[in-house]
Every structure is written in structure tokens, then in C-alpha cells.
Design a protein around this ligand. Sequence first.
Ligand code: GLU
Length: 313
Amino acid sequence: MSVSAAAGSWRAGDDAGYVGRFAPSPTGPLHAGSLVAALASWLDARARSGQWLVRIEDVDLPRCVPGADEIILQQLATCGLVPDAPPVWQSQRDALYQTALDHLVSSGHVYPCACTRSDIAQANAALGRVKPRHGDLVYPGTCRPAQGGLQGQAARAWRAQVPEAPNDLVCWQDRRLGPQTQRLAEAVGDFVVKRADGLWAYQLAVVVDDAAQGITHIVRGQDLADNTPRQVELQGWLGLPTPHYLHTPLVLGENGEKLSKQNGAQALDLSTPLQALRAAGQTLGLPLTLTQATSVPDWLTQATAAWADITPA
Ligand code: GLU
């Protein structure tokens, strides 16, 4: 088996210089699910005497809601979750992403793509493939350089060219979920790093920023676990270290799917922040004895000790 650049993720845990982060997309205020990820990343950083940063992931501008960033920062502060350095906004970091793209272009890991959504749907239909209920169609490789490239058409997006060998797996270790593997060619195919609308794709921005901010430990919702292999692959191509990962349990909506605005997530009720923290703590499996804490700082202190007890290094 050829293991991609994920090798870095097997390094033994070393708390010296722990830097963690919470990276919300400002598409609306925090809801109960996003508080779980925020709290877990904060607790993990505190339990390891590390630094905790906040990065506002506003690259997908059409989905961002004006003012949601400030509301999120305020909600975090109300819960006692205050970053150790001023937050950064991805919309102000274009130059970093461009440098990374230039690197990927010159190393031949990405290629320009002229396909529209309907081109991709048609090419997949011709191959007899249908869109999975919770996923995207795998890109059929139409604009791959080996298949003739753009063939005179105008480039729209940039795509990462994932390895195709049947045994080419990305392997990574999750502190909660254990060893993970994914074959990128089958799971996602050649994924977009710069979109047809000119915006940076989440996969590229997140990898560049985690490295630029010196993030050593990523703690985030389990819905992002299947994105991790793409990020590990990009880290390898860009010569960046792979952080340690922990994906947290999700809060589910009434339909049994991850809580989101689409399935009825309400903005967090922070009239009693302690109650919101307790609910988030329960999702994380923190012991119910924490209910004895009567103030937010007390609860956070007790929760940090409890987190250290129940969380593998
Ligand atoms: N911005 C992403 C989100 O809100 C999270 C990114 C991450 O933690 O890697 O879903």
C-alpha cells in the first residue's frame, strides 16, 4: 500500500507548542452543534495548556451573512471562550492562498478545468453514475492533462489531481475515531481548489491557514472527518505538517441528520450560557457531575479537567 503524505499524522503527540483553533463559517449565528465544536476545541487546548485561536472562514462569500462573524465572537465570549490572539478572517488572506495555488500548479498537482456542473452530470450519466444522496458526483476527469486538458476551452476552476492507483489510500489517525483510510479517487475524485466563481475552495484555504497559524491540533465536528483525507493530501503536496485530528460527536436534528439551519437549528439561546454549555458538554460525554458548577468560569474549569480525563492524547 502506498501511504500518501499522511505519514506526518502518525507522529507521537507532543504538547509542547500546542495550538488549536475554532474555525466557524459566518453563515449565521452559532447553533447548538457549532457550540459543541467550539467548546471541544477550547477544552482540548486548555487541557494541554495550549493556545486557542479563532479563524472566521468567510471565503464562501455568497453563503456568509453580514454581521454573523461579530455575533459568533460575541456568543463565544458569552460562553467564556475567548481566543488567545485576535481572530483572523480568511477573506483577507488571498495572497497566501494564491502562493499555495502557484506552488501546486508548478508541481503539477492541480490542473485547470473548463467543465460546468451540467458537463460533469452528463459525463457521469454517460458512465452510468448517479449522484449519491449525500455527496457529489466524482469528477470524471474530462479536463485532466492526460485526457487532453482544456482542448481550447476557457478555464473555469482549478482541480487537484488525486492519485488513481487502486491501492493509493490516504491514512490518518483520529484521536476519537481511530485509524481512518480513504481512497480519494473513489470517494471524491479530482476536487476543486479554486472555484469557477473565482473563490477559494474550503479545502485549500483551511490547509494553508492551519499551517500558517501553526495549528498543531484540529478539533472539529465529525461531519468534516471525510474532508480530512483531501486536506492531508494537500498538506503533503505543499510540504506542510499534518496536525493531530479529533472529530467530535454531532448534535442531530429531528430528522436524525446533523443539526443545521436547514433542519431547524435555532440560534443558541444564551440567556443562560451555563445551560448551553452543559448541553454541549453532554454531547461531548462530559460527566453529569459538572452540573454542580454554578458559574461559567467554574464550569469551564471543571470541564477542562473532565475533558483531560476522558480524551485520548
Ligand atoms: N468552517 C468550517 C465550518 O464551519 C469548519 C472548518 C474546520 O474546522 O476545518 O464548517
